[in-house]
Design a protein around this ligand. Structure first.
Ligand code: BES
Ligand code: MG
Ligand code: ZN
Length: 503
């Protein structure tokens, strides 16, 4: 079969430097990595025997726990060789996402060597074909850094990776698919890391437009048209900015014509200074990442289109900038959203929900999707509740929640459901309009934000709001990313959508 999944230049480079061999002389490599269950010493011994290394070193690795590793050196023909034994933990407990993370643990141990690396593994409890590919994917995700603006680049030094698969080669189509999804994850990270003077609404519009080339219908709704449509909640947020606001809808319709449509909605605040309710200067720069939801939605659509998935998915993003000028929206202003609901803007820094309100309403009106999922860096409160480990989500559907959590477990992007309950409704009651855009300061900031959004969700729509404010970025290294942007969400949505349309 012809495999024509398009990869970016940097991903092509990776694809070229990784090869899969069913049998291979390990001694041709400088670094030999043995990924093995701790309780399968015989596998490690057999590999060591192949390269004539004393088996007794297994003594030092039998107690390793999942993700831990030990290094050994030996000299062959005057050349120093390295063996790294990495534990995959217990045979019964390991999942595909655990295997991928092992790649993430391996990468820092090889990144500075200008080396030829060989990897052997005995993971057969997940899909046989996929273990080597998953390890590779973990290595690639972990290796990403953003060095565009350094005049001196610190490029990855690994020469080549040979994955020795004792069983079968990975299915090339599936492998390429995996890489194309990873590519889109890394693209989210780039978009999020780019400063706001570069990644502004025009730039994101241009990136979205490019999706036309891979079979996505792209509708660009500009300020004038949004005003006609009555998207005043969104437009109010951009009033202080000289950058034009856009709503961009990406239609990827390639599945059965059975009325099953999923809509993904993303918050695209290209910079969130807080507006007149100005944020403190300390770490305000991080608010260049307030368009992560939009980047996740755009790149999920891109990844589906690259794979030519047989699915029907609409991606919609609202692009604005929340900054100050004399024309900026004021605290206390009242706007009427496209749905007709009136909103008191009690706090100009709670802008994301104002943007989402109109974009959510528009996609429901126009496409009647069965399922709507929105991604937004919506509240600082979600970090207080869950830290950087779990994204918080709220949903009006138990069924949708179950599907989301299943996908979440499969890819290792963790989700935790918080209540969406009427008892929080009085919190957003306004004295002057239908609702106001912040709670009464009694806590539950992430939930009251979702309660607000629910006003713009139709009864028949199964909806989930995923607050990624704390999972999109981490100040420390994670299993599959270095400190900084994570790209959380693209893998989750690929898995969810694939499962949804193959039910
Ligand atoms: N974009 C922020 C939320 C955020 C905070 C994202 C930290 C990433 C890291 C959002 O627009 C915001 O400012 N939310 C306010 C809401 C409050 C005014 C009710 C917040 O969380 O403080
Ligand atoms: Mg804000
Ligand atoms: Zn924001």
């Amino acid at each position: 079969m012809e495999i024509d999944i398009e990869l970016s230049e940097s991903m092509e480079k990776w694809a070229d430097s990784v090869e899969f061999q069913e049998s291979y002389n390990l001694l041709l490599s400088d670094v030999i990595i043995i990924v093995s269950y701790s309780n399968d010493l015989s596998f490690i011994e057999s590999v060591l025997q192949d390269i004539s290394v004393n088996k007794s070193i297994t003594e030092y690795v039998k107690d390793l726990e999942y993700g831990q590793s030990k290094h050994f050196n030996f000299v062959l023909n005057n050349k120093l060789k390295e063996i790294i034994i990495v534990s995959a933990g217990n045979k019964n407990a390991i999942t595909k996402s655990d295997v991928e993370k092992l790649g993430g643990y391996i990468y820092p141990q090889i990144e500075t060597n200008n080396a030829k690396v060989a990897i052997v593994n005995n993971i057969e409890t997940i899909d046989l074909e996929d273990a080597a590919a998953s390890i590779t994917s973990g290595i690639i995700l972990k290796s990403w850094t953003f060095d565009k603006y350094f005049t001196k680049k610190n490029t990855c030094k690994v020469q080549s990776i040979t994955c020795v698969t004792n069983y079968v080669k990975p299915n090339e189509y599936r492998y390429k698919t995996l890489l194309s999804i990873d590519d889109c994850v890394l693209n989210v990270r780039s978009m999020v890391t780019e400063p706001a003077n570069v990644m502004n609404s025009e730039k994101i519009k241009d990136i979205a437009k490019d999706l036309k080339e891979i079979g996505v219908e792209v509708r660009i709704i500009d300020q004038k048209e949004m005003a006609k449509m009555g998207m005043n909640a969104l437009l109010g947020v951009n009033k202080g900015s000289d950058n034009p606001p856009y709503t961009i809808v990406m239609e990827y319709i390639n599945g059965e014509d059975d009325g099953n449509i999923i809509a993904l909605v993303g918050k695209g605040v290209t910079f969130d200074a807080g507006g007149i309710c100005l944020k403190p200067a300390n770490r305000m720069s991080e608010m260049k990442g307030d368009m992560t939801g939009a980047a996740v939605v755009l790149n999920t659509i891109k990844s589906l289109a690259l794979q030519k998935s047989k699915v029907n998915v609409i991606g919609a993003i609202g692009l604005v900038e929340n900054v100050i000028s004399s024309s900026a929206q004021r605290p206390g202003d009242v706007v009427q959203a496209m749905s007709g609901t009136t909103i008191e803007v009690d706090n100009t820094d709670a802008e994301g929900r104002l943007v989402l309100a109109d974009v959510l309403w528009h996609v429901q009106e126009r496409y009647g999707p069965k399922v709507v999922i929105d991604f937004a860096t919506l509240t600082g409160a979600i970090q207080v509740a869950l830290g950087h480990e779990f994204a918080g989500y709220m949903s009006n559907s138990d069924e949708l929640s179950q599907h989301l959590e299943k996908a979440s477990r499969n890819v290792g992007e963790k989700l935790w459901r918080l209540p969406l309950h009427n008892s929080y409704e009085p919190d957003i009651k306004s004295e002057i309009a239908d609702i106001k855009n912040v709670g009464c300061g009694r806590g539950a900031g992430s939930i009251t934000a979702a309660m607000f959004l629910q006003h713009f969700i139709k009864k028949a729509t199964k909806w989930a709001h995923i607050d990624i404010a704390a999972t999109e970025w981490d100040s420390k290294d994670r299993a599959l990313s270095q400190k900084g942007a994570t790209g959380f969400g693209v893998r989750l949505m690929n898995e969810f959508i694939k499962n949804f349309f193959s039910r």
